[in-house]
Design a binder for this molecule. Structure first.
Ligand code: ATP
Length: 366
């Protein structure tokens, strides 16, 4: 009988890009600090973080437009630290698009093919195929690119990026200049394009929503470091710390300390909170309990949830498909969110009970 490991080996995707202890300094300032990360073949990885956290610097190092000060970047195992941008199988799509303004849509898309000396007829056939892929009419082929709308120009820039046929596409906030509705459409189209092409996408954005909609994995950056990498669900449900929890949506935060009876006492709410302390926090004296507004619920009795507190309705905010309530519990404000279909008539100043189950709370170190 053959070796069971050889026969039953699960085929795992391979890292296409590997960063090992990559650092970038500008003078004394460290923009990217010792980042190690594997980017898997065919994945859609989004890097999010506040302004100045080092996202663009990291992307520019992957594109070959900036050399790391130390550390290694490898592509399929080959070091590419000193490989110039034009010799890397990567293509960077900017927010500014960098299209040739006096050329037609077709000429813009065909540019990379012309550089590769592909014959004219073949170039045109590929450009028309890319126009279809990017949901642009074929008769846009001869249209001047400056006569296209912002969203259409974005599609032309994407078609040109695909014309390079890179192994890895790098996106530097390409949708940030577009209006909300168009952005929503293109987010989904980009995810569809990722699926259709099977290419590796690395995308940077400030926007939590964009990252959640499109990505297989999200890397959260802060002050030059990656502080958490995971699926959108992991990042949302199990944020590594308060910073990540708050970056990914509104939260209720309750600092807690262990009291003499070995209960966790919320310093904000003034009452004990029942919580299952994760192993890594066993033995600590203080922590923060984070409850997202959608896990906070109205209760009919104190037994409805693991934790129930009294409060007074202070305000109500319509969020479209959801309604958010601000409940005042002593000096503390608690946010509670319900789908609109569960909307209940609540007068301002109504006395209510609200609660949550311990399993729906996120506990982070203080
Ligand atoms: P944003 O979201 O605002 O684009 P970012 O997360 O992409 O920010 P970077 O553009 O990577 O951040 O910049 C990270 C830090 O490095 C910033 O403090 C920036 O001022 C600094 N920085 C970037 N490029 C240079 C440079 N060429 N020289 C000096 N400092 C730089």
């Amino acid at each position: 009988m053959g070796s069971p490991t050889a026969n039953s080996a699960v085929k795992r995707p391979l890292p296409v890009l590997q960063l090992v202890d990559v650092q970038k300094k500008f003078g004394d300032f460290t923009a990217v600090a010792d980042i190690s990360l594997n980017v898997m073949e065919g994945e859609f990885l989004t890097i999010v973080g506040p302004s100045g956290s080092g996202k663009t610097t990291m992307l520019r190092m992957l594109a070959g437009m900036e050399a790391p000060s130390s550390g290694n970047i490898t592509l399929r195992g080959e070091a590419i630290n000193s490989l110039p941008a034009q010799r890397r199988p990567t293509c960077l799509v900017f927010q500014s698009l960098a299209l040739f303004p006096h050329k037609t849509v077709g000429e813009n898309i065909e540019f990379p093919l012309k550089v590769k000396k592909i014959p004219r007829a073949e170039r045109k056939a590929r450009a028309l195929e890319l126009l279809r892929m990017l949901r642009l009419p074929e008769n846009y082929y001869g249209k001047n690119v400056m006569q296209c709308s912002g969203g259409e120009r974005q599609r032309v820039a994407l078609a040109r990026a695909f014309a390079y046929d890179p192994e890895v596409l790098l996106f530097d906030e390409p949708l940030s200049a577009l209006d909300y509705k168009l952005k929503k459409v293109l987010e989904k189209e980009l995810k569809d394009l990722h699926r259709e092409t099977g290419k590796t996408f690395i995308y940077i954005t400030h926007s939590l929503e964009e990252a959640m909609v499109m990505s297989d994995r999200i890397a959260v950056m802060r002050a030059g470091r990656i502080i958490q990498v995971g699926s959108p669900e992991e990042i949302y449900a199990k944020p590594a710390n308060e910073f990540v929890a708050e970056f990914f949506g509104e939260v209720n935060k309750f600092p807690v300390t262990l009291n003499a009876d070995q209960d966790w006492l919320s310093t904000d709410l003034g009452c004990p909170i029942h919580l299952d302390l994760p192993a890594e926090l066993q033995g600590t004296q203080s922590a923060t309990v984070v409850v997202r507004p959608e896990y906070m619920q109205f209760a009919h009795s104190p037994d409805d949830f693991d934790n129930v507190i009294r409060g007074v309705v202070f305000n109500e905010y319509s969020l479209g498909s959801r309604v958010q309530y601000q409940i005042r519990c002593g000096d503390n404000s608690v946010l509670l969110e319900n789908p609109r279909t569960f909307n209940r008539e609540l007068a301002r100043n109504a006395q209510v009970l609200i609660g949550w189950n311990s399993a729906d709370a996120i506990i982070t170190g203080a």
